[in-house]
Each structure stands twice: as C-alpha cells, then as structure tokens.
Design a protein around this ligand. Sequence first.
Ligand code: AMP
Ligand code: ZN
Length: 132
Amino acid sequence: MCLFCEIKNGNIPSYKIYEDDVCLAFLDISQATIGHTLIIPKKHFDDIFSLDEETAKHIFDITRKISKNIKEKLNVSAVNILNNSGELAGQTIKHFHIHVIPRYENDNLKIEFSSNKLSPEQFTDLVNKIKL
Ligand code: AMP
Ligand code: ZN
C-alpha cells in the first residue's frame, strides 16, 4: 500500500498538525525549511489529474488555513505552495499532496524557473491550444 495511505491509517507514524474527515496534514520528514508541511486527502488520488473537484476545493482551503497559521506561529512572512504531479515533475510519492514550505531569510532553498522567451505568435498559439 502507498506510504501516505499507511500514514493516514496510522500504520506509519507522523507528526500531525491537522486532521478532518477529508484530509490530513503532517510535517514532512525532510524539512526543506522549518515548518515544511504536507497536506494529503485521506482518499487515495495519485495526482492533480485524478483529484476530484470537491476534495480539491477543500484541500486548497485547508492549505490556506495552514499557511496562515504557520505564518503567525512561526513568524514567517512567506511560504511556497507546491505540488509535484508526475515523475517528471519530481513526484516521489504517488498519493496527491501539497507542500507548504515556509520561507526565511537566507534559507538557501532554491525553487527556480528558467526563462524561455516566446514570440507573440507562439504565445497566441499556446493560448489557442490550452485555453479552457
Ligand atoms: P514529492 O517529491 O512531492 O512526492 O514529495 C514527497 C515528500 O514526502 C518528500 O518531501 C519527502 O520528504 C516526504 N516524505 C517521505 N516519507 C515521509 C514520511 N514517512 N513522513 C513524512 N514525509 C515523508
Ligand atoms: Zn495512498
């Protein structure tokens, strides 16, 4: 069974900070920065692509609340909210989860974006392809 299902079932211990009927939040075992938290749905979904709408709405609202609480209690002014969906994106545990990563001065965490330049035509083509 998947690791996060085992955590949800209580078969593997975790440092829980929040729980309700739908989701569970616990400290990441590897603290990218102090307070690094994972939020998971109790029901198993592999990734963002299979997550259902109701759970998505709930879990994002809980992410918001947990972020605000961390901001206040750990006295931070910034967080990164991150989800890796798919191996290429760096997902290592195939149970959907959101990372809340508090940011500190000089925390040495690197979340970097490369800057690909597109022409106006390329932007327009892209919009035509992916607009909802
Ligand atoms: P991802 O790479 O997005 O799939 O993230 C998986 C995260 O799960 C990593 O940040 C790991 O440090 C974390 N992790 C792995 N095992 C455990 C565990 N037993 N308890 C808490 N977090 C874990
Ligand atoms: Zn699972």
